[in-house]
Ligand binder design. Structure first.
Ligand code: CP
Ligand code: NVA
Length: 305
């Protein structure tokens, strides 16, 4: 049976921690330039329906560093859901390549791609979630703190794909997660419900950023208008007033707090230059760890641990 990684909950808690441990080991091997080529002679097809810097670069570089070759397929090449049926392209790619990574608009399309592909499929972001990002984020927190105990993460901004993956992670590992968003921009209620039902984590949705950040170990933010929503930006800028992560908000936690952002950041909007450049900011460690954690995810689902 082939294995996919489409949601964080596709992995058990144990597998998530094993992935972090593996990421740590593979990161060391890569940094030391060891001759470690588990994907020798293999190919990874990377399908993009949306723009990307980190996801494309980290997957392509990571797969290459592990001995394989990655193909970049731009929005004009495959045009998922437009040029041909998703179930057709899934089977075609499976005849050429050993693994697929896809960044798509509709979540249903990645589910269909995985259903019809005979090789493992990894979700590189959809409108619904971004599991590789949040795995890399939690790994980064684990690296910085040395443990994941008594952890309060406060997300400030839009209840979007990033938040859905945080909620999924909260259904696997215990932590306190607060999403502080303007009214009308809350995350998907079904995803909140499932995270709460797991009974593992404390989950809250708040509309008061100042109150929400009290005691936060991590403040996390993302753009106010995601890819595919940029036409709503003007309206959202008005609605998200008061939700900027600035020095004022960072110092309202009452303790030392890390600042995280999946990037790309729109400096001056959801956060400021000063926070991005502050000592609290671990955004570039987070970006680097995308590659190491994704390498571990690929090794795990390929059964090459
Ligand atoms: N964080 C992230 O996924 O970045 P890109 O959109 O540049 O890939
Ligand atoms: N929420 C953002 C994340 C980008 C990595 C988007 O979907 O555009």
């Amino acid at each position: 049976m082939k294995r996919d990684f489409l949601h964080i909950i596709d992995f058990s808690a144990e597998e998530i921690m094993e992935t972090f441990q593996l990421a740590k080991e593979v990161k060391t091997k890569i940094i030391n330039r060891e001759n470690y080529k588990p994907f020798k002679d293999q190919t990874l097809a990377m399908i993009f329906s949306k723009p990307s810097a980190r996801t494309r670069i980290s997957f392509e570089t990571g797969f290459f560093r592990l001995g394989g070759h990655a193909l970049y397929l731009s929005p004009n090449d495959i045009a998922v859901g437009k040029r041909e049926a998703v179930k057709d392209i899934a089977r075609v790619i499976s005849r050429y390549n050993d693994m697929i990574m896809a960044r798509l608009f509709e979540h249903a399309h990645i589910l269909e791609l995985a259903e019809y592909a005979s090789v493992p499929v990894i979700n590189g972001l959809t409108d619904f979630n971004h599991p590789c990002q949040i795995m890399a984020d939690m790994f980064t927190i684990w690296e910085h703190r040395g443990h994941l105990k008594d952890l309060k993460i406060v997300y400030i901004g839009d209840g979007n794909n990033i938040v859905h993956s945080w909620l999924n992670l909260a259904a696997r590992l215990p932590f306190h997660f607060v999403c502080a968003c303007p009214e009308g921009y809350s995350p998907d209620s079904e995803t909140i419900k499932k995270a709460k039902e797991s009974g593992l984590s404390t989950i809250e949705v708040s509309h008061d950023p100042k109150k929400a950040v009290n005691g936060a170990d991590v403040i996390y933010t993302d753009v106010w208008a995601s890819m595919g929503q940029k036409q709503e930006l003007e309206e959202r800028v008005k609605r998200f007033k008061g939700f900027q992560v600035n020095n004022d908000l960072m110092s309202a936690t009452g303790k030392e707090t890390y600042f995280m952002h999946c990037l790309p950041a729109e400096r001056g909007r959801e956060t400021t230059d000063s926070v991005m450049e502050s000592k609290a900011s671990i955004v570039f460690d987070e970006a680097e760890n995308r590659m190491h954690v994704q390498n571990a995810i690929m090794l795990k689902i390929a059964g090459k641990e």
